[in-house]
Design a protein around this ligand. Structure first.
Ligand code: CO
Ligand code: CO
Length: 323
């Protein structure tokens, strides 16, 4: 499915407006936000998936970092977590489950939140994830809808987790590629988000399954602007460029590309490798922020690995421009 398909499936369902529902599903945002009082709102989100690495503890850490990221992407501070597990109990020893949840719990703890429970079912395929509840001041939310022309686009983690994971599965990943990918995927987006809030950023999302361009399109559409992205400056994980040159691409990337090509000016002038990178599905990817221009330098100096990758311009013929 591409970024448009899920939206289409949910389109027939009525949107139930509520005076305290500050962010619902209409803006395709990372989490819902519900106001409890003038200065306090709940941020709620859920995410789970099948393993993308072999080590159970590491998988748990990555799944938790990925789920927590949707709270950070709203400018929120995570408070509590509930685990969601599908477990093939006949096929795998129970210790695997223990280690997955241990990894998740440690990451939740690192985020300053607490695992309060969860639910496990027997399932043919292993799945793990978390529902996270956080808090945010309603005036300091980061949403898809607040990008303004003149803002500078910043990406806080390198791209290419899909490409490296595919190479690992095929047994063609160079030494060190998987380790670098894991290090990036289990890194929390908390610091990047806190600095964003302090820098007056109002628009952000995290880059996950729809790739950089897919998530950029959500910001462009919700904000009523066009996002211009410079493909030559995109940060990549170690070995990703070599893997792209060798023709490695991720399964879901084609579906993203089909959806995004018509929305993107400059699509056909990008190389195959650049296009693959632009739509590569990410797991626990970085934040994509629209930063006020005067704050960019300070932001980049405070968040290691963050890179300015483009800018927000007035809404044009296309949602996205790559050049
Ligand atoms: Co997200
Ligand atoms: Co998500």
């Amino acid at each position: 499915m591409g970024p448009g398909d899920l939206k289409q499936a949910l389109a027939p369902l009525p949107l139930h407006a509520h005076p305290d529902l500050l962010v619902g599903r209409e803006s395709f945002d990372d989490a819902g936000v519900f106001r409890l009082s003038p200065d306090l709102a709940l941020v709620q989100t859920v995410d789970f998936f099948a393993p993308i690495v072999d080590d159970p503890y590491t998988f748990g850490q990555i799944a938790a970092a990925n789920a927590l990221s949707d709270v950070y992407a709203m400018g929120g501070e995570p408070l509590t977590a509930l685990s969601i597990v599908g477990f093939p109990s006949g096929k795998l020893p129970l210790e695997v489950l223990t280690e997955i949840v241990r990894g998740g719990q440690d990451k939740v703890h690192e985020a300053g939140a607490v695992l309060v429970g969860g639910h496990t079912i027997i399932d043919d395929e292993l799945k793990f994830g978390l529902s996270i509840t956080g808090r945010v001041h309603p005036d300091r939310m980061l949403t898809n809808a607040m990008a303004r022309p003149g803002d500078i686009l910043i990406l806080t983690k390198p791209l290419g987790t899909g490409i490296v994971a595919t190479a690992v599965k095929k047994g063609v990943a160079p030494a060190g590629a998987e380790e670098a990918m894991i290090e990036s995927m289990r890194q929390l987006n908390g610091h990047a988000a806190r600095v964003a809030t302090e820098s007056g950023v109002r628009a952000a999302t995290d880059v996950t399954g729809f790739g950089l361009l897919g998530h950029a399109s959500h910001i462009a559409r919700a904000s009523g602007v066009t996002l211009r992205i410079r493909r030559s400056v995109l940060p990549t994980l170690p070995h990703v460029l070599a893997l792209l040159a060798a023709g490695i691409t991720t399964g879901g990337a084609d579906r993203n590309a089909d959806y995004l090509a018509p929305l993107t000016h400059g699509w056909t002038s990008a190389s195959d490798a650049e296009r693959s990178l632009l739509v590569d599905p990410q797991t626990s990817g970085g934040l994509l922020l629209a930063c006020p221009p005067g704050e960019v330098e300070r932001y980049l100096s405070r968040v290691p690995g963050a890179v300015a990758i483009g800018e927000v311009v007035e809404s044009g013929e296309h949602l996205l421009i790559v050049e």
